[in-house]
Design a protein around this ligand. Sequence first.
Ligand SMILES: C[S@@+](CC[C@H](N)C(=O)[O-])C[C@H]1O[C@@H](n2cnc3c(N)ncnc32)[C@H](O)[C@@H]1O
Length: 194
Amino acid sequence: MEYMGNKEYWDEKFTNRSDKLLSPEKSVVENISFFKNGTVLDIACGDGRNALFFAQKGFKVTGIDFSIKALERLEMYARRVDFSIKTKQIDLQADNSLKNIGMFDNILINHYRLNKNQLRDIKNHISDNGILFVCGFGDKHKIDSKIRKEDLIQPTDFEALDKSFELIKHDKNQDERGYFVTYIFKKKSFKDKL
Ligand SMILES: C[S@@+](CC[C@H](N)C(=O)[O-])C[C@H]1O[C@@H](n2cnc3c(N)ncnc32)[C@H](O)[C@@H]1O
């Protein structure tokens, strides 16, 4: 119950985390060349390890999360290096929470699982040829007291994307943290759909 949806848990975690920014997700770093130049929406951005990495690479970044403590830390790191990153406090469990979020060239979801309705709607928030990058614990990850079965990314999640996206890369990895999956989708342009 802790991994997603428990705001107190995350606020406390970010309050007690050391001052040092964590490294960006390995899979994001390895696959940076797939991203389209322009804007990035980092969904459930935490304290910004990936958001800051994108800003450093020249992307215009917006980070959303329900933990104000996480967003405050992200803003602190951004100030330190003089980057401008937009932040918005959003609870992704609320209905239509992404409705007014706007359009982006890339959307990153790293260690969060959107529901099928949110994934179905994501095409309305990514520009043509834009990238949807999803990385996190996959279906074979061990379930424990913090990570529930419903937190794990399932291959069937992406049925909700319909024909608007093309899967351009899919990776599975096992490391000391567990079983990870990466899915990189490209939004088809109007021309591709003809
Ligand atoms: C495992 S962390 C991942 C953070 C970041 N994406 C990263 O890779 O470092 C999960 C994040 O999801 C956020 N989160 C969990 N449930 C949420 C919800 N319902 N709405 C918005 N953010 C949520 C937490 O605050 C936390 O920052």
